[in-house]
Design a protein. Structure first.
Length: 207
């Protein structure tokens, strides 16, 4: 894991909080997972690096033993889109996390994927209708709808997946592609697409 110790440790605060919440959720139900997720992203104070449109990595450690408890990677979208009927805009964040946070479902440490907003004005919401999922285009490929139904947080501002059958193909596509376009369905403003530069992802962990 040493190769994932990153030079720049200015990481996004919501992911640190998300990591703490998800590590402690062990044997909770899926509803509890959603509540933990919502609680973490509600404090959306962000500290971004100068260029967060390329992959950044950071690790979490146990404060007593200093054992590594999670490895994270995140990238922000290169574009901003309109997110509500007041004309506010935001970028989107795509993150990977390797931890035991979903061990109750996977049987051990595994990778989970989170998609959330880089900024949240309190009005940002995914649509209740067909909002629990994404449409994806990797590089110049066809529209990929394999993730049209994934988990959505109760506050409808976060999407995440943790089941290996969903995560594994998604991560493999990320590793073999240079760009990805992710479309989400937003309340009031409809379907909006976020663009990411994903070339060079280093992720050798189990999905």
């Amino acid at each position: 894991m040493n190769k994932y110790i990153i030079k720049n440790m200015k990481v996004i605060a919501i992911y640190t909080m998300f990591g703490i919440a998800m590590t402690g959720c062990g044997a909770n139900s899926s509803n509890s997972q959603n509540e933990a997720d919502d609680a973490s992203v509600s404090n959306n104070e962000t500290t971004k690096t100068d260029d967060d449109t390329t992959w950044h990595y950071f690790q979490e450690e146990d404060d007593l033993t200093h054992n590594v408890t999670a490895i994270n990677a995140y990238v922000a979208s290169t574009n901003r889109v309109e997110i509500d009927y007041n004309g506010h805009t935001a970028r989107m964040l795509l993150s990977l996390r390797y931890s035991a946070g979903f061990s109750y479902a996977t049987g051990g440490p595994s990778t989970s994927v989170t998609i959330t907003f880089a900024e949240d004005n309190g009005m940002t919401r995914l649509s209740e209708i067909n909002g629990s999922g994404i449409l994806v285009v990797f590089d110049e490929g066809e529209i990929d709808d394999r993730w049209s139904l994934i988990d959505m947080g109760k506050k409808r501002n976060t999407l995440f997946m943790y089941q290996p059958r969903k995560v594994a193909p998604f991560v493999e596509e990320l590793k073999s592609s240079k760009q990805v376009r992710i479309q989400v369905n937003l309340e009031h403003v409809g379907r909006k697409t976020f663009d990411f530069n994903i070339e060079g992802l280093e992720w050798d962990f189990e999905n």
